[in-house]
Ligand binder design. Structure first.
Ligand SMILES: [Zn+2]
Length: 227
């Protein structure tokens, strides 16, 4: 398998908020950066409010524009609170929505609220998922870490130094994965990332020669048995 290059960063965006379509995607395109958008029909405030969330056609458009649009469960369900059958239903719902709009069936999943269980990881693998992202604030090592438990750092309003430091961990076979919510996040202000801060991260990654990709793009660095 190919060696993981230094300065490899994965950007992931959770919860299908509207600013992913209006602000984030155009900025990423300006830099030529890839990314994964983990989509869901968030219950509260309700997904039907298109002033807060992307619509399904907008999500499908992001896929057509080359981004990875992937699975964050139907109703943002914590996997420790639902049984096997419900998890399968929640995962299949997102797959059916995406494929009905011409987007590929996803191979990446993000655990709502970063909650993981061994049973959910097994189910996701059985359903054909290659990656499942959680939190944890540390770098991801494809040679050692379980791809169904990919760690990430979460950006917010107050952890600029931590995130800039984290980028330095993308070396020695390790990949830095970020979880980002809205830029800005009007649906869930407590996970807001301000636009100027997000632009500073993009500029930093560009100016320092980082390669920025979607989570699915990391499959080539997995041991053959896990791909
Ligand atoms: Zn979420």
């Amino acid at each position: 398998m190919p060696l993981v290059p230094d300065k490899l960063v994965v950007l992931t965006f959770d919860d299908a908020v509207r600013s992913h379509y209006t602000t984030v995607a155009p900025l990423l395109e300006r830099y030529g950066f890839g990314a994964t958008f983990f989509v869901t029909e968030f219950p509260q405030p309700p997904f039907s409010d298109s002033t807060l969330y992307m619509t399904w056609p907008q999500m499908a458009e992001l896929s057509r524009r080359g981004f990875e649009v992937a699975n964050h469960t139907w109703r943002h369900s914590h996997v420790d609170r639902i049984d096997h059958a419900r998890l399968v239903e929640e995962v299949r719902y997102i797959e059916a929505k995406l494929t009905s709009l011409g987007a590929p069936r996803p191979i990446s999943f993000a655990y709502p609220a970063y909650v993981t269980t061994p049973e959910a990881a097994r189910t996701l693998r059985e359903l054909g998922y290659v990656f499942a992202r959680t939190g944890g604030n540390r770098a991801y090592d494809p040679a050692r870490d379980d791809p169904m438990l990919v760690p990430s750092w979460t950006t917010g309003e107050k952890n600029r130094e931590e995130i800039l430091r984290a980028f330095g961990e993308a070396r020695g076979g390790r990949i830095v994965v970020l979880t980002i919510h809205g830029v800005p996040d009007t649906a869930h202000p407590w996970v807001n990332t301000p636009v100027p801060l997000f632009e500073e991260y993009l500029r930093f990654l560009h100016d320092h020669g980082y390669k920025v990709v979607a989570l699915r793009d990391v499959a080539r660095y997995l041991p053959t048995s896990l791909r």
